[in-house]
Every structure is written in C-alpha cells, then in structure tokens.
Write a protein that binds this ligand. Structure first.
Ligand code: PFF
Length: 466
C-alpha cells in the first residue's frame, strides 16, 4: 500500500520535490548553451511547441499512472494491465543508467563548491589557478579524488532517502529549492551588472534563422524536444514514483502545468546567469561539462576579490540542483525494489533497501568516475566514453521509447477517460479534455517518434535529418 511507503504532506512539498527533480544539470548547462547555438529565441519557441505537444501530456500521464496505483513504475504498469509491465522496466532501467553518470557529475559540483569555498578565505587554490582547463583535467584524471567526491555525493543522497518521503525528500526540497532560487537571483543580479554582459543575453535570445535553413529546423525541433524531456525528468521513473506519493485531493492538471512552467523559468534564468558572465569576460561559451567547470571557473577567477564567493554560490546552487534531481531517480529505484518485496509478501526496511541501491549505483558509477570523460584510456563501450554510454541508454533510448509507449497506452489502451477519472478523483476538475485527447492520440506519439529519432541521430551522428 502506498500509505506504508509514505506520502507528501502537502501539495507544496510535492511541487518542490518534483520541480527539484526537473531542475538539474540539464537546466544549468544544457539549456543555455543549446538555446544559444540552435537559434536563440527561435529554439525556445520550438521548445515550447514540444512542451505543448508532448511535455504536459506525458507529465500528467506519469502523475496519473503513479497516483492511480500508488506504486512505482514496474508494479504500477502491471496493475494497469500486465501487458504494460515491460514499460515499467524500461523506466526503472533508465533511472539506473541515468544515476550511473549523474552522480559522478554531482561529485564534480561538490569538488567545485568546496574548492571555491576554501578560496574565499585563502584567495589561493582554485581561485589563483591560471589555467582552469588544466585544473579540471587534473581533477578528473585524479581517480581517487573523483571517487571520494562521488562517494560523498552518494552518501548525502542516501541520508535524504533514508529519511523517507515526507521526512527526507519533502523536508530537504522545501528548503533547498527556495534557497536555490534566491541564490540564482543573486548570481543573475551580479552577472547582469558586469560590463559587456549584454552580449550574452543576445547570444541566448537573438533569433538566429541560420540554424533553420533547409532541413535544419527538424534537427532543432528534435534537439529542443530531447532537451525538454530530459529537463522535465520524464520517462525515467522519477515522476511516476513521486506521483504515487501524492494525495488524491490534489489537482493533477494544475500540477502538470506548474512543474514544466517552473522548470522552464529556471532554465531561462540559468541562461541569464551563465551566458552573460562568459561574454562579460570575453570567454567563448562551450557546451557540456566544459561550460560549467572550465569556462565559468575562469569567469570567477577573473572577477576580482568577490570571485570565490560568487563561485561558491554558483557551484553550491548547481550541487543543490543536482542532488534534488538524483534523489528523485534513486527514490524511484528504491520504491520499485520496495514494491517487489511487498509483492512477494515480504517485509521490507527502507533504510536497508536504500543502502543496497546506493551501493550498486556507486559501483555502476565507478567506470564513469575513473574514465575522466574518456581520457583515461579505459575500454570504451561502443566507442563512447562511459558517461555518454550510460546517457545513450538512459536519455537516448529508454527515455523516449518508454514515453512513446506511455503516450500510446493512454491514447489507445487506457483511453483519456481513464485519465479523466483519475484527475477527477475527490472532485477536482479535468479541464481541456479535447486538448489531452489530441495530445495522446496524435501529437504526443508523433513528437515522441521524432524525439527518439533525434536522440539516435545525435548520439550516432547519422544525419537522419540532413
Ligand atoms: N531533469 C534533470 C536535469 O535537468 O538535470 C535530469 C533528470 C533527473 C532526468 C531525474 C531524469 C530524472 F528522472
């Protein structure tokens, strides 16, 4: 029963936890850079289009699958119809693979906030390094140090999850998310007062139609969709699991709008913190980990004596964003394991199960942690570095395929009336039935096929879309 697994105390707690899951590294280093290099404001419009076609609908469907059954994905899908069980396995497998690289990156963020914090007092260390690229490379090639920070990151995850849904996750995220928001505003104010920051805003927001020439827009649409999906934590078991802890009193329609809107606002704000800072110091923004750990550290080192303080603030904020995301995925795996015990009629201990899950994830993270983003000479699966390999399995394949299945299941198997019934539980309104019907029957499956092809295309550089 869901009661025995725990429940959020309030809708605010649920929103903070779910927005916490959504706001993560994807917002802070993925969104601003992708927006800037894929057409600026025009990318944003396509992002919103994808959100309307499939983001809101998969979000509400995941809430409903979780809440109607009170279970994590595998048992939730099984309860709806045993034919659907496999889709639950896809979601939990995606969660396992996502954590296998996300926690290593979480460890990186800890290293950087700790080092910047120390520099506030010493004005030495990371702050005085002349070459932030070399510093980053030295760090990621120092396996012992990376594994140590990974272990710390995982222990914090474990402590929060051991506290349970209301006592751990809700308590932590209701403090952490407002704090993150305030820290982000402080960083934005500082950055926008730097000379030359305006160029960063125009990098992000200027419509650049070049990216759309020929079949380019199809590429951009695929990228915008993939980014949107990852950013909303869809297709990876986390949202279904959080939905299973939500009281029937709360409105699913309202929450399925609030969470994506809040996530998008934070992504835009992250862009306003990151991009203008790079441009103010004439540093070319890059993508991926390089943006966060090389470019931005350079910005703080160039900022003068307040650099370490703002560096600490930014990396601490990114760490909070990463941990509120990783706990949602880890909780999904823990919850699925608890369901399996309950199904067998066995008793369970949340703390023991959480410890086992975290230990397994720690082991799965070791290749990522020791791989130095592919530079350490470890064997590379399918020619990918370990981070990209796990990301391919989670974000590239399982996430879009599982979500395509979910859209079809709701559109043609369970039907929108099932969704309506769940949304109207305890007297809430189910507004926009026509819109949801169009989403599940046509728009969302189409968009998901598109996102799946886009992901395969970008991982294997197939040039499907020209
Ligand atoms: N939404 C997170 C981000 O933007 O970084 C990543 C993520 C977290 C994806 C949890 C999936 C998930 F289940």
């Amino acid at each position: 029963m869901s009661e025995s697994k725990g429940q959020f105390n309030s809708n605010f707690g649920f929103i903070m936890a779910t927005v916490g899951s959504a706001v993560g590294l994807g917002n802070l280093w993925g969104f601003p850079y992708k927006m800037g290099t894929n057409g600026g404001f025009a990318f944003f419009i396509l992002y919103l289009l994808m959100l309307c076609m499939t983001g809101f609908s998969v979000m509400i469907a995941e809430f409903a699958v979780g809440r109607s059954t009170g279970k994590a994905p595998i048992e939730a899908y099984r309860e709806l119809n045993s034919k659907y069980t496999i889709v639950g396995y896809f979601a939990v497998a995606a969660a396992v693979f996502l954590l296998a690289f996300y926690c290593t990156l979480g460890g990186y963020t800890m290293k950087y906030f700790v080092e910047n914090f120390i520099s506030i007092f010493t004005h030495g260390g990371i702050y005085s390094t002349g070459d932030t690229s070399q510093y980053f490379s030295d760090f990621i090639n120092n396996g012992g140090s990376v594994v140590l920070y990974l272990a710390l990151f995982m222990i914090i995850n474990l402590i929060i999850i051991m506290g349970g849904v209301a006592g751990g996750i809700e308590k932590f995220t209701t403090v952490a998310m407002p704090a993150l928001f305030i820290m982000l505003i402080i960083v934005i104010i500082k950055v926008l007062t730097l000379d030359g920051s305006g160029a960063g805003l125009s990098f992000m927001f200027k419509p650049n139609m070049e990216a759309f020439q020929g079949t380019g827009w199809i590429n951009v649409l695929g990228r915008a969709g993939g980014q949107m999906f990852f950013s909303l934590s869809l297709g990876m078991a986390a949202i279904i699991t959080y939905g299973s802890y939500l009281s029937k009193k709360e409105s699913l329609v309202k929450n399925a709008v609030i969470v994506p809107v809040a996530d998008t606002i934070v992504a835009l704000m992250a862009g306003m913190a990151v991009m203008p800072a790079c441009f103010a110091f004439n540093i070319e923004p890059s993508g991926g980990p390089g943006l966060l750990f090389i470019t931005l550290q350079q910005v703080f080192n160039d900022m003068g004596s307040v650099g370490p303080f703002f560096g600490f603030l930014l990396y601490f904020l990114v760490f909070i964003a990463a941990i509120t995301s990783s706990i949602s995925v880890a909780e999904a795996v823990v919850s699925a394991a608890i369901d399996a015990r309950i199904k067998k009629g066995k008793s369970y201990n949340r703390k023991t199960i959480a410890s086992i899950v975290i230990c397994i994830e720690f082991l799965l993270n070791l290749p990522t942690a020791l791989d130095a983003l592919g530079g350490a000479g470890l064997p590379q699966p399918l020619g990918f570095c370990w981070l990209d390999f796990y990301d391919l399995l989670a974000e590239g394949l399982l996430m879009p395929f599982g979500s395509l299945c979910l859209a079809i299941i709701v559109g043609y198997g369970l039907k929108v009336e099932w969704l309506q019934e769940e949304c109207e539980a305890e007297g809430n309104k189910f507004s926009g039935k026509g819109y949801w019907k169009a989403c599940f029957k046509v728009l969302s499956p189409l968009a998901m096929v598109f996102i799946l092809l886009g992901q395969i295309d970008s991982f294997f550089s197939l040039g499907i879309f020209g």
